[in-house]
Design a protein around this ligand. Structure first.
Ligand code: SF4
Ligand code: SF4
Length: 308
């Protein structure tokens, strides 16, 4: 049977994807020009892996020669909960409260692809979640999931910006989605709320100053100039998304069971973190995004933020 947008939508929704859009597989010329400027300014900090695979970022046909379309999928992870009043507790970014989203989205993307292959055996696809050589955010915009907000996350008018993105590159053609107009308007709430000034201007993030980078990707010591500015974030930071009026008004609770039921890693005190052994860390965070920073990194973050 010939695949259609409707068939993909129906199956993707069955697997829990909330947002589904389609884009023609073509060169991301303007997007990669902006990306090159961002790299040239050193805003990617020590994430030198972001300098690699430039051609693949620019044109997915260098990854998959037969590519005709890119399907962008979004899955809501918003949990309607807040932090305790304990000023000695370090906060974890909302995306990491539960199971590592990579596992969930990889599994569900694979299931979707397999089911589409059963319907049309000539359907071929490769998929990525965040870690591949594609630009998930750029494709989400192209596929009409939303626009890139001034905080550099994608905003959807129905659910805000609390969603994960999976990208599927395929050899089939579809009807392509319309672009969504930037609706940030005169708002700059995210830029003004950033505790470290990492949003150096609207739509431009300097990872060197960003708490998310410093607490997760940075493997060295945290820049002393940032001392006292982390507002108790010890793994990631949600300040710019928390203040966004689109999130305040439109975010709604996630329905994906894997994000809801594993919602256990919201905050920790310095004492709790210092009491964790390597063995317990590996067991407890085996399926959590927090494992990325390793126990050493989590302790460094907690020391930096919570030691008084
Ligand atoms: S994640 Fe935090 S530190 Fe990074 S830009 Fe947003 S508010 Fe600033
Ligand atoms: S806080 Fe305002 S400026 Fe920032 S992304 Fe949201 S709407 Fe746009």
């Amino acid at each position: 049977m010939e695949l259609s947008n409707g068939i993909v939508l129906e199956i993707a929704e069955k697997y829990g994807f909330n947002l589904i859009g389609f884009a023609k597989a073509e060169s991301l010329i303007e997007e990669t020009e902006r990306y090159a400027e961002w790299l040239a300014k050193g805003y990617h900090a020590e994430m030198t892996y972001l300098e690699k695979n430039f051609e693949k970022r620019k044109d997915v046909r260098t990854i998959f020669a037969e590519a005709k379309s890119v399907i962008s999928l979004g899955m809501n992870y918003y949990i309607d909960d807040s932090f305790s009043e304990n000023e000695n507790a370090g906060k974890i970014s909302r995306y990491a409260w539960g199971r590592d989203y990579h596992f969930t989205l990889w599994e569900k993307s694979d299931k979707l692809i397999n089911e589409l292959k059963k319907i049309d055996e000539s359907f071929e696809a490769v998929s990525y979640v965040d870690t591949g050589p594609t630009s998930d955010k750029a494709w989400a915009v192209k596929a009409g999931l939303g626009w890139m907000g001034k905080h550099t996350n994608i905003i959807n008018k129905k659910i805000g910006s609390w969603f994960f993105i999976a990208t599927i590159i395929t050899n089939k053609e579809f009807n392509y989605s319309s672009l969504i107009a930037d609706s940030c308007g005169e708002c700059r709430a995210c830029v003004d709320a950033c505790p470290t000034g990492a949003l150096v201007s609207e739509y431009i993030l300097d990872a060197n100053k960003c708490i998310s980078y410093q607490t997760i990707e940075n493997k060295k010591e945290i820049n002393e100039n940032l001392k006292g500015k982390f507002d108790n974030w010890i793994f990631g930071c949600d300040a710019c998304q928390d203040v966004c009026p689109w999130n305040k008004k439109f975010s709604r609770p996630a329905t994906e069971e894997q994000f809801i039921s594993g919602n256990i890693n919201k905050e920790f005190t310095l004492e709790e973190i210092n009491g964790i052994s390597e063995k317990i860390f590996k067991e407890r965070f085996k399926e959590s995004p927090i494992k990325r920073t390793k126990l050493k990194g989590l302790k460094r973050n907690a020391d930096f933020v919570l030691s008084k």
